[in-house]
Design a protein around this ligand. Structure first.
Ligand SMILES: [Zn+2]
Length: 312
């Protein structure tokens, strides 16, 4: 009989020799009982407790992850995400309506190309305009340092949803420009249409491809326009040589780092939950690919983060 492998929190990695910022994570919005306040898939194994926000920040700081940018991208998480940023100095927020939420607000209920039923929840009775109005109101807060994540996801959204997704993406582009804040882009299997939409509407001055998943060709497009690429755990996965080639092809001053926790845990902890304190594994791999030492890479990544989002 196969031995049961416990998929708990990864052990703490060796601390970094400098500090970095997690450019994109999803810290759970916890209720008074310490459980997620929102019925959300925090991607924890059964029986595994979420870390409290204080524990998240303590572990992150010990690893060299001094600050985090947490993303609230559905209606139930917007206000709670901003509240986290207001309550904890190391946390800033990004707010948006996720590209896979937009079709649900538009009444689309199709099974996606990934074969999954859409997860319809009570807040989807709100129209997209009403949902987005909440983003627009909250995103004016100074603790909100970016708009997003928004973009296109042709992995999860089928043909009926795409028109809603594109309209939502355009609304986020316009809001980022109106507020003078950076835009975090979600691009899954949709590189060409994401680039075309940005060029048609005019990209915000600071545009970040969160969890960049392109090749050297897309990296060249980003370099041409001065758009940023934020790398997550997949850059450490053995099979992702194409992604690492894209990283090496980018001007280093356009490179950012993130966890996208609780998803995309870096090697060797794939299948375990992710958290900002695990990010040193990704930072070290970026340093190796850039051919720079780790301390220098930390300083470079932090300077780029501050150039995009300001400091908090
Ligand atoms: Zn995300």
């Amino acid at each position: 009989m196969a031995k049961h492998r416990r998929r708990g929190w990864p052990e703490a990695p060796e601390p970094l020799p400098g500090t970095v910022v997690d450019n994109h994570t999803h810290l759970p919005v916890l209720g008074d009982d310490g459980d997620p306040a929102v019925d959300d898939d925090v991607a924890l194994p059964p029986g595994e407790a979420p870390l409290t926000t204080a524990e998240q920040l303590t572990r992150a700081a010990a690893a060299g992850v001094a600050r985090v940018l947490t993303v609230g991208c559905d209606v139930p998480n917007l206000a709670g995400t901003l509240a986290l940023a207001r309550a904890h100095p190391p946390i800033a927020a990004a707010l948006g309506i996720h590209p896979n939420e937009a079709p649900l607000h538009g009444g689309v209920r199709e099974v996606g190309p990934d074969g999954l039923e859409p997860a319809v929840r009570p807040h989807h009775t709100l129209s997209f305009d009403d949902a987005f109005a909440r983003v627009a109101a909250l995103a004016r807060d100074e603790r909100v340092v970016a708009v997003g994540e928004s973009g296109l996801d042709y992995y999860r959204t089928g043909p009926q949803g795409r028109v809603h997704q594109r309209a939502a993406f355009r609304a986020h582009i316009a809001l980022a420009k109106e507020l003078g804040k950076p835009l975090q882009i979600h691009d899954r299997d949709a590189h060409a249409d994401v680039v075309a939409t940005l060029l048609a509407d005019g990209a915000p001055e600071r545009t970040v491809f969160h969890c960049f998943s392109g090749d050297a060709e897309l990296a060249a497009v980003l370099a041409e326009h001065g758009w940023y690429a934020s790398f997550a755990g997949p850059v450490t996965f053995g099979a992702n040589e194409t992604l690492r080639a894209a990283l090496r092809a980018l001007p280093p001053e356009l490179v950012l780092v993130e966890t996208d926790a609780p998803y995309l845990t870096p090697a060797p902890f794939r299948g375990h939950p992710n958290a900002p304190y695990v990010m040193p594994l990704t930072v070290r791999r970026i340093a190796a690919e850039l051919g720079r030492d780790v301390a220098e890479t930390c300083a470079l990544l932090t300077a780029t983060t501050d150039a995009v989002y300001g400091t908090w």
